[in-house]
Design a protein around this ligand. Sequence first.
Ligand SMILES: NC(=O)c1ccc[n+]([C@@H]2O[C@H](COP(=O)([O-])OP(=O)(O)OC[C@H]3O[C@@H](n4cnc5c(N)ncnc54)[C@H](O)[C@@H]3O)[C@@H](O)[C@H]2O)c1
Ligand SMILES: N[C@H](CO)Cc1c[nH]c[nH+]1
Ligand SMILES: [Zn+2]
Length: 525
Amino acid sequence: MRERDTTSGTRDSGLGTRDDDARFVSAGVDADLHAADAESGVPLSSDGSPESRVPSPESRLRFTGRVDSLGAEDRRRLTDRSTSSDDAVRARTAEIVQRVRRDGDAALVALARELDRATLPSIEVPREEWRAALEGMDAGLRRAMERTIRNISTVHAAFRPKATEVEPERGIVVGRRPDPLKRVGVYAPGGRAAYPSSVFMGVVPARVAGVEQIVLCSPPSEDGLPSSVVLAAAALAEVDRVFALGGAGAIAAMAYGTATVPRVDRIVGPGNAYVAEAKLQVAGVCAIDSPAGPSELLVLADHTADPALVAREMIAQAEHDPMTAVVCVAIGDETAEQVTAALTEQVPDAERRAIVERALAGQGGVLVAQTYDEAVAFANEYAPEHLLLTIGEPEISMVLARLRNAGTVFLGETSSVAYGDYMTGANHVLPTGGLARSYSGLSTLDFVRWTTYQRVSPRAADRLAYDVGRLADAEGLPGHAAAARAWLKPKHAHMKRHALNSAAKRIRNAEPSVERGAESVEDNS
Ligand SMILES: NC(=O)c1ccc[n+]([C@@H]2O[C@H](COP(=O)([O-])OP(=O)(O)OC[C@H]3O[C@@H](n4cnc5c(N)ncnc54)[C@H](O)[C@@H]3O)[C@@H](O)[C@H]2O)c1
Ligand SMILES: N[C@H](CO)Cc1c[nH]c[nH+]1
Ligand SMILES: [Zn+2]
């Protein structure tokens, strides 16, 4: 099955919604994902065809039942979601990364043909194309985009890293200064949907942080250009260069550089499993933000939750990708039954039903916790990208306080995840695959590196000399000890002479240093 609409070969005007894009998918991805579905053992639909009505999503949910009776294998599948744990994704990604590293631009052109069915007129998209896309864009959509840019800018400016100086002892100053990166690469996905919102999530914080040059990669449609809305977003966000490149190839190009694509200092942005895995694989040569792969949502719902709303939120995130993970942990059996019933009702009418069903069958679930404590413990173990709390007061505040491992938390029913995806100003580029326990969402912090500096006054140097010398002696590093003791004041000159002589002797004889139990120095300053 291919989800690419055969009518979608023509480029959108960027004026309206991209329903066609809903069916965009690369042939290879589809094949791989089918393999994953087959492995899960869960049928995609009752007669195997995507068009058939689904009698009950309960049978389509990969995980049901009580949290405390999950078997070891289910628990592993729920929590071990990293792309690196998927051998097929890891191997395929490595092959693409190697190809780009070896063959540069030639590999990029070939990959666009193989994976995106695109013939690239050029790898770089000329500026006139993005300008034209912006000029042709609907005024209402442009206003919405400008509002998003404003809100992202406000939030990220407030969280901008600041320089700090501290004096741990008199005369010792240690400082830290955030220096903007010179060139960063932003990835905006474009396989099964177009993501202008991801352009803003990457580019606006980079600008706020003061990055000098921002390049953007987004997959080409068949005509060799990224989606018009993505190009318009690039123009609006004032990107410096745009490349019509998708998937792992784009990530490898930005990490290693090719004749056309410049090597960047950090790669940020979300994408499918191949994109997330490629970022992890190039992390040894180029910094990344986080493995922001297939979307995830965990909902904790108690008896106050509206089951229809919970189902709607789950379907919304499930429509991204068949590899999306959406799970509800209901506190109490009745809530779980109601959420399951709401899914039964809503899934058949989902516009992107085929994707939603595959996501629910692969990594979807409605589970039951007996208590809030049990639900929180599960959430911290699951470490979702998005965590929605549809829980009443006062429990919601207590639950929030105890959460540690979520990319971002949505508080209460009106805080739809969709608002965060597009417009609250928080960043939607967030860690997935269970790695929200280790990484944070994209922020201005990702666009700086810290320079620390330290100054020691002459008096402080005298005060440090003895103890630093002792530590250096203990490590068997007499040169260090000598450097430290060189600043002992004349009143301690005998110690200085002794230290310098013994250091010189040790260096000459290349002996290991032995701590000598020297007398202590009084600090009179
Ligand atoms: N975690 C986050 O912060 C976040 C935010 C937004 C979106 N997302 C996720 O981004 C993803 C977008 O995925 P998408 O597919 O729509 O667009 P995408 O741009 O990520 O992927 C499309 C690219 O995948 C590559 N590809 C296709 N078939 C392949 C194959 N068989 N082998 C290797 N590479 C192949 C192609 O190069 C293609 O250009 C979704 O999973 C969505 O959930 C995540
Ligand atoms: N939910 C995605 C993050 O997982 C972000 C997004 C962009 N557009 C729609 N949604
Ligand atoms: Zn979303």
